[in-house]
Design a protein around this ligand. Structure first.
Ligand code: GLC
Ligand code: CA
Length: 556
């Protein structure tokens, strides 16, 4: 039997503050807005909040380029209101997790400004400054994931600095012990204030290969990746953070690991003395309709989705713990991707049931709980996200026409997840009384919190009920995971078992009627149907024929 533990039992709500709720009427979501919505968040039956970065930032990457780690972006408020939110959350039994972005800082962070002043400046070695190869050639051939090459030249120093992301996000040199002390200092600052842990941004990138070698093989827009992804030192640095800081607090950490495989994830999260993170966010199940990035699209394939989930469920069982999610600020809305806008509520519930009842800690992203959809914008200029513009530029350079690229962006842009939260059918969806910083989807009159609040059949109330059920039934948290019908292209079916209890989850990802027959040894009429997204749930010959995106959950 699994050791009981709070972070395994919790569910987490993710807030991307700029678009969550505007409390002071300037059109930008802020912490006054969050404070006013704490009761709503608690009503979702989650146990914690993960805040995407709240710190001062020039917003080249909307908060993921930080210019001060120990303060709050003036758009969002200040430390005083943050503390109110923290206390208010704690009073409601919600833990609070901060985004820790230490692979890079903003180029406007004082450390970077100092580091540029001279090669003998004490901060120079906080970053990767190198001489170029001859005139005008960068130190190596690595690509930036956000814009062209990974190096930017500084005339004054006659040196280049490394930036895996935008040139406004210079990479920190974690090999420098002083930088690691800074990270620990930041951690202590927030933990001492009462924060309960961190989501650690691209944490698997924080060590770079000795000598920063050029890559022999070029990868499209990602050359050099192998020299900064999951190097052995990452583990050492995380162990240092853990032993020097985290072990002194009752806190939790989840790392973000792009292109992560379970065996590598286990090197960080395996239970035991070498564990350096509690869980790892992986991306495999986000590729069921695309290839590596949301921009290289292919038709949605349920088998790919199931394979990805099942691979992680099996690999982590008894060894580590999964972070479960379907949406966050980096991906388009899941109903628009894997479900059906036409059957929005039905498919929304089916998608939700297919991950909330798996083994792991579920994360729910703002707006996901009411089934917000993608928001296609009319032209590329309207997109705010730097990654969208980078991908559009690459697509154009590969010869794709403007309108094709716009269509790609409309489906794939991270901005789909960053439109304003839809609270009600009031102007601007009740997000702001001012003029919103970014678009509000026109569908807000229909899709909003208020209209779902008291409707027992709403998606919102399904999320609430499912998360309450997870709290009440240890089989959902600690049970094993057995997949059925892995070859079905329409149905995602799995069971969970713990101490004589069994949960059977059946989710259709199709409009088409599909016959479902209960697996050997399971008699549906012996169980109790605890969830469904249709009325009249007949069982005929120990099975049923699905209605569009039908979902049923049975407890035995
Ligand atoms: C992570 C964040 C993403 C950000 C990137 C660079 O992937 O989730 O939003 O752009 O790191 O910090
Ligand atoms: Ca505001």
């Amino acid at each position: 039997m699994e050791k009981k533990c709070w972070y395994k039992e919790m569910a987490v709500y993710q807030i991307w503050c700029r678009s969550f709720c505007d409390g002071n009427g300037d059109g930008i979501g802020d912490l006054w807005g969050v404070l006013s919505k704490l009761d709503y968040i608690a009503s979702l039956n989650v146990d914690g909040i993960w805040f995407s970065p709240l710190y001062p930032s020039p917003n080249s990457d909307y908060g993921y380029d930080i210019s001060d780690y120990k303060s709050i972006h003036p758009d969002f408020g200040d430390l005083e209101i943050f503390k109110k939110v923290l206390d208010g959350a704690h009073e409601r039994g919600l833990r609070v997790f901060m985004d820790l972005v230490v692979n890079h800082t903003s180029d406007e962070h004082p450390w970077f400004i100092e580091s540029k002043k001279g090669t003998d400046n004490p901060y120079h070695d906080y970053y990767y400054w190198r001489k170029g190869k001859g005139k005008k050639r960068p130190p190596n051939n690595w690509d930036s994931l956000f814009e062209g090459g990974a190096w930017e030249y500084d005339k004054n120093l006659d040196e280049w600095y490394l930036h895996i992301f935008s040139k406004k996000q210079p990479d920190l040199n974690m090999a420098n012990p002083k930088v690691r002390e800074e990270v620990k200092d930041i951690m202590r600052f927030w933990l001492d204030m009462g924060v309960d842990g961190f989501r650690e941004d691209v944490i698997t990138y924080i060590s770079k290969a000795e000598g920063l070698p050029s890559a022999k093989v070029k990868l499209p827009a990602a050359t050099g990746m192998q020299y900064y992804t999951n190097l052995p030192k990452v583990h050492d640095y995380l162990a240092e953070f853990k032993h020097d800081v985290l072990d002194f607090y009752d806190c939790f950490t989840v790392g973000e690991g792009p292109r992560m495989e379970p065996d590598v994830a286990l090197s960080y999260v395996r239970e035991g003395k070498d564990k350096v993170l509690d869980m790892m966010i992986n991306f495999s199940h986000m590729e069921a309709d695309c290839f590596i990035t949301d921009f290289i699209q292919r038709p949605f394939d349920l088998i790919k989705l199931k394979k990805a989930f099942t691979k992680w469920q099996k690999a982590m069982y008894g060894k580590g713990w999964n972070a479960l999610y379907m949406e966050n600020h980096d991906h388009p809305r899941v109903i628009s991707r894997y479900g059906s806008e036409k059957y929005r509520v039905e498919s929304g519930k089916s998608i939700a049931a297919s991950y909330l009842f798996q083994r792991g800690t579920p994360f729910v992203y703002q707006g996901q709980e009411i089934g917000m959809l993608n928001t296609p914008l009319g032209s590329l200029d309207e997109y705010k996200d730097i990654m969208t513009h980078n991908n559009a530029r690459i697509a154009r350079s590969l010869g794709l026409g403007k309108s094709t690229v716009l269509k790609l962006a409309q489906k794939a842009s991270r901005d789909n997840a960053r439109t304003c939260m839809q609270w009600s059918d009031a102007p601007n969806a009740g997000f702001t009384e001012g003029s919103p910083w970014f678009v509000v989807n026109d569908n807000y009159r229909k899709i909003n919190v208020e209209s779902q609040q008291n409707d027992p059949d709403s998606l919102l109330n399904f999320y609430r009920d499912a998360l309450q059920f997870r709290r009440d039934n240890p089989v959902v948290v600690y049970g094993d995971y057995v997949e059925h019908l892995p070859k079905s292209r329409e149905l995602f079916v799995y069971e969970r078992n713990l101490a004589g209890k069994k949960l059977l989850v059946i989710c259709s990802y199709s409009e088409k009627p599909v016959r479902f027959d209960a697996p050997e040894g399971i008699h549906l009429d012996e169980g109790k149907q605890v969830f469904g997204n249709y009325e009249n749930n007949f069982v005929i010959s120990n099975g049923f024929t699905t209605r569009p995106y039908e979902m049923r959950v049975y407890l035995f």
